[in-house]
Design a protein around this ligand. Structure first.
Ligand SMILES: Cc1cc2nc3c(=O)[nH]c(=O)nc-3n(C[C@H](O)[C@H](O)[C@H](O)COP(=O)(O)OP(=O)(O)OC[C@H]3O[C@@H](n4cnc5c(N)ncnc54)[C@H](O)[C@@H]3O)c2cc1C
Length: 556
């Protein structure tokens, strides 16, 4: 070995620094190796929301939850299936126990967190579901506090100084006084920050910025531009990793273990073609390091892999000259619905984005549905955002010229503009949808029945926050593809986050967390934060095991 630490982490994702804090508390040396120049992974780019059942912030806010209630919910949503070994009953139980303990530990280390006041579970209508929600986010963070590391933190996609749950309401600025007031507060906060020399970041950047600050403070060593190429095995146990230093191969030993937190494979087209066909790498919002390096390495050493065909799907639209634009909040607003390429509506456009994309891909098996069409009318265009453009704003000419935004004075004309062979189908789908919108009840797909669907909609819209007629021309359409914010399958781990072989035995010295693993949520996304919550939690769990803390919390 060229050098040796107690614990080595591959990738600076969600669980990496949580693990680092635990191990430093136990007096162990920790090295985090990150292949990119920027640290924080997709986690820093993300909403930074963590789904933490029964968390410390709920009871004081009068929101009821318990281990039992969360168990009932995950039983109802995730359930027991032979093909989801990442999501066994034991692992779900460990998650429900350890996630709130992880949050308690972070708070004890000075990481400023809070609950979102209202972010319903994605299946809030199922047994054990929570309508107020179980999500935890970081307080805004002044990245100037990071000093020289400031420019090393991966920036967030959302640049306004607003907590993420407020940010979700800002697109309602045209129709809601609350959104206008929130917008005003954001402007004032931004101006004050500028005057006082602060650079406030939010969401995942606030979370990872705070984690980075604390990790550096307690002596975690973090090395960007240090890709891990290989795991070093000695007598079947992982003894270290091979990375690169000063342009040459560099072998780092790990006395207490190696934690893989190297993300998924959303940017690896070859792996997508193999495991999640009909999905394109350029439709992802994941950070560029998400290339499946450790998935390949795990396969090489005989680790058990599972749930590889799952991703955290996220419906995207593809405006010209910009990256993919998420369209979940837009497509859930009134005055819009979605059809396949024949013009038939086939799902509830609200709800979990993961399930949404599963449905597009499933539909595409029988009817061309990748891409599908989002159909809107002029009421939609006047009141809501699309492709990042403000409500009511004139849409760029390029959008029409390049066929991104299609337009028709009538629904039949729109169908023709979208290349649909039989325009009467779209006409019939529109009339049926409008009937439901007038009644405020979607009899086909139940859009709006769940609190989550209504939260995604427009609370000022009556009779339903989720449904509104598509009847005022001209009419518009954009294509919707099954993009993603990351993949969801990988190595199978146990309740201590230890990596398992195909025969179920443990690979000593090797732990994994985050999207490198087969998710504890199986093939479902029960609520906001079901990637980052588990990534942090299993990092915390792995570190406690490596530090021989068993189920004890590290001393605060
Ligand atoms: C815009 C957006 C919003 C999202 N919002 C949320 C949200 O609010 N809540 C939620 O739960 N999920 C959210 N997600 C999904 C979530 O961000 C990711 O699934 C999650 O962050 C993955 O975390 P991770 O810890 O597995 O890995 P990451 O945070 O992606 O980190 C992995 C790191 O490993 C590095 N790496 C890869 N290979 C190597 C190697 N060979 N050597 C060294 N380093 C390597 C990568 O460069 C990367 O920095 C969002 C995603 C996006 C893109």
């Amino acid at each position: 070995m060229d050098e040796t630490f107690d614990f080595v982490v591959v990738g600076s994702g969600g669980g990496s620094m949580a693990a680092g804090l635990v191990l430093r508390k136990a007096g162990k040396s920790v090295l985090i190796l990150e292949k990119e120049a920027l640290v924080g992974g997709s986690t820093a780019k993300a909403g930074g929301v963590m789904w933490i059942p029964n968390n410390r912030f709920m009871a004081p806010a009068g929101v009821a939850d318990s281990h039992e209630k969360a168990t009932t919910y995950l039983d109802a949503v995730v359930g027991d299936h032979d093909d989801t070994p990442g999501a066994t009953r034991e692992r779900r139980d460990a998650y429900i126990r350890e996630a709130p303990a992880m949050v308690d530990f972070l708070v004890s280390q000075g990481i400023k967190l809070r609950r979102s006041p209202y972010w319903p579970d994605y299946y809030d209508d199922r047994a054990g579901g929570s309508e107020p929600g179980r999500t935890v986010v970081a307080e805004l963070f002044d990245i100037n506090e990071l000093g020289p590391w400031k420019d090393r933190l991966r920036p967030n996609m959302f640049t306004m100084p607003a907590l993420i749950y407020d940010a979700t309401q800002l697109p309602l600025v045209k129709v809601s006084w609350r959104a206008k007031w929130l917008g005003f507060q954001v402007v004032v906060r931004g101006a004050l920050a500028k005057l006082t020399g602060k650079h406030l970041v939010t969401a995942g950047a606030a979370l990872q910025g705070r984690m980075l600050q604390q990790a550096l403070k307690v002596g975690v060593e973090l090395r960007p531009e240090s890709p891990v190429k290989e795991l070093i095995l000695e007598d079947g146990a992982v003894a270290g990793v091979v990375t690169v230093k000063d342009g040459r191969e560099w072998r780092v030993g790990a006395r207490s273990g190696v934690l893989l937190n190297a993300g998924g494979f959303a940017w690896n087209q070859e792996m997508l073609d193999k495991y999640i066909p009909n999905v394109r790498a350029e439709w992802t919002h994941a950070a560029p390091g998400d290339t499946g390096d450790m998935h390949k390495e795990l396969m090489r050493i005989g680790a058990a892999m599972a749930q590889m065909d799952e991703m955290v799907g996220n419906q995207m639209t593809l405006p010209p000259n910009q990256g993919p634009a998420g369209v979940q909040m837009e497509l859930s607003k009134p005055h819009a619905f979605m059809v396949d390429q024949t013009g038939e509506r086939y799902m509830n456009e609200g709800g979990s984005y993961m399930e949404f994309c599963q449905r597009i891909l499933a539909r595409n098996e029988t009817v061309p549905a990748v891409p599908s069409w989002m159909i809107m009318d002029s009421q939609f265009i006047a009141n809501y955002m699309i492709g990042g453009s403000m409500p009511g704003s004139e849409k760029p000419k390029l959008w029409f010229d390049q066929g991104y935004l299609r337009k028709g004075d009538t629904i039949e004309a729109l169908a023709k503009a979208c290349g649909m062979k039989d325009p009467t189908k779209l006409k019939a789908a529109t009339e049926r949808f409008n009937g439901f919108a007038r009644k405020g009840r979607d009899e086909d797909f139940h859009r709006g029945d769940r609190a989550y669907d209504r939260w995604l909609g427009d609370p000022t819209h009556k009779p339903s926050a989720a449904l509104g007629t598509v009847e005022k021309g001209p009419f518009y359409a954009v294509q919707v593809v099954p993009g993603n914010v990351g993949t969801y399958g990988g190595v199978v781990t146990d309740t201590h986050a230890r990596v398992l072989r195909e025969d179920g035995s443990i690979i000593p010295g090797l732990y994994a967390t985050g999207t490198t693993t087969a998710s504890v949520m199986g093939r479902t996304y029960p609520g906001a934060g079901c990637s980052i919550g588990p990534s942090f939690t299993w990092g915390f769990v792995a570190a406690k095991h490596a530090a021989n803390l068993g189920n004890q919390p590290p001393v605060a």
